[in-house]
Ligand binder design. Structure first.
Ligand SMILES: [Zn+2]
Length: 453
């Protein structure tokens, strides 16, 4: 923690209704002032000219691989990637070895995760061993402090168990998060069903595998109450269903991953297992529809679904290789690259004099500034709301901020990624935007894109 007052000066600051030219003063662990032209006398000045200043990022979907797979990732490498990616908080999924399905395991794992330099929260599974046969003890897990339950890695196929889980959610005020995927439609699949899967001779999964389960879960939610979070949405029809459910007032939230925003299934043409992920990369047209939905505001959160795998588990014939890709450190750049395609009709976006001026300060078009605001909202405050937190850049809030340069360009290189794993999908790809600075609770974490503590 810095004892000297710090002023972050000259950037565009994330507020609920836009990005504004403001300075941010930090003293101790908190933000003390957010205003134009702050006095910097006696302060350390961080020059954020040309950059945006956001709340630190929250990830609602991380595979920590702890316990069980330190060959793929350790708490240290996970933390390093998270901090370099601008994250303060990661929610670890329960598909570990053993599964996080009892109070004793949950407590032991959480104790270990607490030692990490990044904040890691731990979800519990919905069913014992994620086998989809019996519910975990929701009551005792909730009493111990678990707020997020998911069988992620697989969906809860049983309608009855999902109904009972959502009833528990209503009773206990916890969130049930679904990896929406019909086990029958997914059976044997290693990619999306479409022109590429037919050409490659691989079994493909239709988008309906996801959307039918989303439809079912929404019907269950109507019957039970409770709170449902839909993980890594990848199908067009799922988005429509979630939007309708939200408009009906149901307590539903949804996340989208950087890779479903930026990548499509044509990348699998040469059987590169780095692009094998579950749910799979979809067609180009679906990918573009997902980007448009994200820009429109259909998702609450960006979630990385960061899924490291040891080298040998990806060096296999395509149909036998593990699903998943790493993406924590590159999340902002990947999403911002996806958001940078020109709009379908730029004239349709209303802009005023203010947004022209603000956008030109950081070398962007006004429509890009609106998109950047949306993206930062989803990576910070929106994702935090999914896990029941409220964050924002305002006086008395904790001084957890990230500074991003939206016009920087870099080429993705696995050597730059702090993971033990190499299943990185952006190798050699030019990405737009980078995370350059950051503070967590007043402590400087990042400087010039490097860890600093
Ligand atoms: Zn999943």
């Amino acid at each position: 923690m810095s004892e000297q007052k710090v002023v972050v000066k000259g950037g565009l600051v994330l507020k609920p209704d836009g990005l504004f030219a403001l300075d941010v003063a930090i003293e101790g662990e908190v933000i003390t002032e957010v205003s134009e032209g702050l006095d910097t006398f006696g302060s350390r000045v961080i020059d954020a000219t040309g950059c945006v200043v956001s709340t630190s990022f929250y990830d609602t979907h991380t595979h920590s691989r702890y316990p069980g797979d330190s060959e793929a990732e350790t708490i240290e490498t996970l933390s390093e990637q998270g901090l370099l990616g601008g994250y303060q908080y990661l929610l670890a999924m329960a598909n570990t070895e053993p599964t996080i399905d009892s109070v004793s395991i949950w407590k032991a794992v959480r104790e270990e995760l607490r030692k990490a330099p990044i904040e890691v929260d731990q979800a519990a599974s919905i069913t014992i061993g994620r086998k989809g046969e019996r519910l975990v003890d929701f009551v005792s897990l909730s009493e111990a402090g678990v707020t997020f339950f998911t069988d992620d890695g697989t969906g809860v196929g049983s309608t009855k168990l999902m109904y009972e889980a959502l009833k528990m959610s209503e009773l206990l005020g916890v969130t049930v998060a679904q990896h929406a995927q019909d086990p029958y439609l997914f059976e044997g699949a290693s990619m999306n069903l479409g022109a590429t899967s037919v050409r490659l001779g691989l079994i493909g999964e239709p988008e309906a595998s996801e959307s039918t389960m989303v439809a079912r879960d929404i019907e269950l939610l109507k019957a039970t109450g409770g709170r449902l979070h839909v993980l890594h949405v990848s199908a067009r029809e799922s988005i429509n269903l979630i939007r309708m459910a939200r408009n009906e007032g149901l307590r539903i939230s949804a996340e989208v991953t950087p890779h479903h925003l930026l990548l499509d299934d044509s990348l699998l043409s040469n059987f590169d297992t780095s692009f094998k992920v579950n749910p799979p990369l979809r067609s180009k047209s679906t990918q573009m529809a997902i980007v448009a939905s994200a820009i429109r505001g259909d998702f609450d959160a960006i979630a990385t679904d960061h899924a490291p795998h040891a080298y040998h588990s990806k060096q296999r014939p395509f149909s036998q290789a593990s699903f998943g890709m790493i993406g924590l450190q590159s999340a902002f750049s990947a999403c911002w690259t996806a958001f940078s395609e020109p709009p379908a009709s730029p004239t349709a976006i209303a802009t005023d004099h203010w947004s022209h001026r603000a956008a030109s300060r950081i070398g962007l078009e006004p429509y890009e500034l609106q998109r950047l605001h949306r993206l930062l909202e989803m990576m910070g405050p929106g994702a935090a709301r999914v896990v029941g937190r409220r964050i924002g850049i305002e006086p008395n809030a904790q001084a957890s901020i990230v500074i991003c340069d939206p016009t920087a360009r870099s080429v993705g290189k696995i050597e730059d990624i702090a993971s033990h794993s190499t299943n990185f999908p952006y190798e050699g790809r030019t990405l737009r935007g980078s995370v350059v600075g950051g503070f967590i609770r007043g402590k400087e974490i990042l400087r010039e894109g490097k860890l600093w503590f």
